[in-house]
Design a protein around this ligand. Structure first.
Ligand SMILES: *Cc1c(COP(=O)(O)O)cnc(C)c1O
Length: 394
């Protein structure tokens, strides 16, 4: 048979379009600002991960420009060969200090961190124990290992303990891995209990704090600080692409962890390092977090107000404990319609639908931003109320 070697490209894409499962990309014509122009329309931004609006902070912009002028547009190599600049090292030192850990390591992205280090922490004869709602980049990292896997029900510590008890006798290393803040629901992993259970059974702990860094804990120090267990989580992983407003993955922990990680992580060893502009902006982001606590405070003030108002209108906003607020509407088609109509009215918030969440739990996921004013929030809330009524959601 003569096969059509690339025919599947069109066919599979068409299938996605027919099921309305393809991504319809919206294009920003401004920066990722609280008021943005998207596809030619001015909107209030409620779906950026730029929680603290740091991507538009003058100090970060300045940091990027100065680093570029001084060191150029690119870094020239992978970190391990000739791509480690003084700036990269400075970011890692600053970050370790901010996170109150011995050492830190920056990867190209959070995805590259999970895909790079997780497969090195466990292999044949070991087990990785994972929360069922963990992020896709954790799942892919786990897929790269020969370790056995076990999945516990979301935040179910009883089930985690059962698995640990069983694993204790059978395996060498045990790695518990979890999102810190879960990105679909905005709830927080019970890291204090996980750390306690891990200590009891001799397991390692790994938290992906992508949505917690810069958001929870003292001045945004993340989940260790949030639970008062700083220094007790073996691997604190996070990202510069969300609240920090730049891009880049990170891990923080012991010096032993970092020495091990940069010698073993293939994503780190085999892919180019950040351009100076990125490192310059990262450095500025840490400095802003250390010296300007008002952004985190404003983020939380906005979050509390927004949640309270949505709830009083009668919306189901789930169990979120963070600036991720889901507005649960039920059917996928309803979530999509609400999102489209919000957009027409000047509010940009994306629907999250099956299969990302259960069929009857389709939602609009809103992400709060410290750069939004009370007026902006009232504008968005008014649209939610109006459309929520029209679509019989409230
Ligand atoms: C966004 C996200 C990542 C990926 O981070 P990037 O730096 O954007 O690659 C990883 N884990 C979780 C939980 C995330 O939300």
């Amino acid at each position: 048979m003569k096969r059509d070697p690339t025919g599947f490209l069109k066919k599979e894409y068409k299938e996605l379009v027919e099921k309305d499962l393809d991504w319809k990309l919206r294009v920003l014509e401004t920066g990722s600002t609280p008021h943005a122009v998207v596809d030619g329309k001015e909107v209030i931004m409620l779906c950026s991960n730029n929680y603290l609006n740091l991507s538009n902070h003058p100090k970060l912009i300045q940091g990027a420009i100065e680093a570029t002028k001084k060191y150029g547009a690119g870094s020239g190599s992978v970190r391990a060969i000739a791509g480690t600049m003084k700036l990269h090292v400075e970011v890692e030192k600053r970050l370790a200090k901010f996170k109150r850990r011995e050492a830190a390591l920056v990867y190209q992205t959070g995805f590259a961190a999970n895909a790079g280090i997780i497969p090195q922490l466990a292999g044949k004869g070991d087990i990785i124990i994972s929360d069922e709602l963990n992020h896709g980049s954790i799942i892919d990292g786990v897929r790269l290992t020969k370790a056995d896997r076990a999945i516990y029900k979301h935040r179910d510590m009883g089930e985690l303990e059962n698995i640990l008890r069983d694993a204790d006798k059978k395996y060498n290393r045990i790695l518990i891995v979890t999102d810190g803040v879960f990105s679909m629901d905005g709830d927080i992993a019970p890291m204090d209990e996980i750390v306690k259970l891990a200590a009891e059974y001799g397991a390692m702990t790994y938290v992906d704090d992508a949505h917690g860094e810069g958001v929870i804990g003292e001045d945004g120090r993340g989940i260790g600080s949030h639970f008062g267990i700083e220094g007790k989580i073996d691997v604190e992983m996070g990202t510069f692409s969300k609240a920090y407003g730049v891009v880049g993955g990170l891990i923080a922990g012991s010096q032993d962890l970092i020495n091990f990680a940069y010698n073993k992580s293939r994503t780190w060893l085999l892919s180019g390092s950040h351009p100076p502009a990125v490192a310059g902006a990262q450095l500025a982001a840490i400095e802003v977090l250390e010296t300007e606590p008002q952004h985190v405070k404003k983020l939380w003030d906005n979050t509390k107000y927004f949640k309270k108002e949505l709830e009083s209108m009668g919306f189901d906003i789930g169990e979120s404990e963070t600036p991720i607020t889901p507005v649960i509407v039920g059917e996928s088609s309803k979530a999509k319609e609400l999102s489209n109509r919000l957009f027409d009215e000047g509010v940009f918030a994306l629907p999250i639908v099956y299969p990302m969440v259960a069929r009857d739990k389709a939602r609009i996921r809103t992400m709060m931003n410290a750069g939004l004013t009370r007026e902006d929030l009232d504008f968005a809330l008014e649209k939610f109320e109006k459309l929520g009524r029209q679509l019989n959601i409230i």
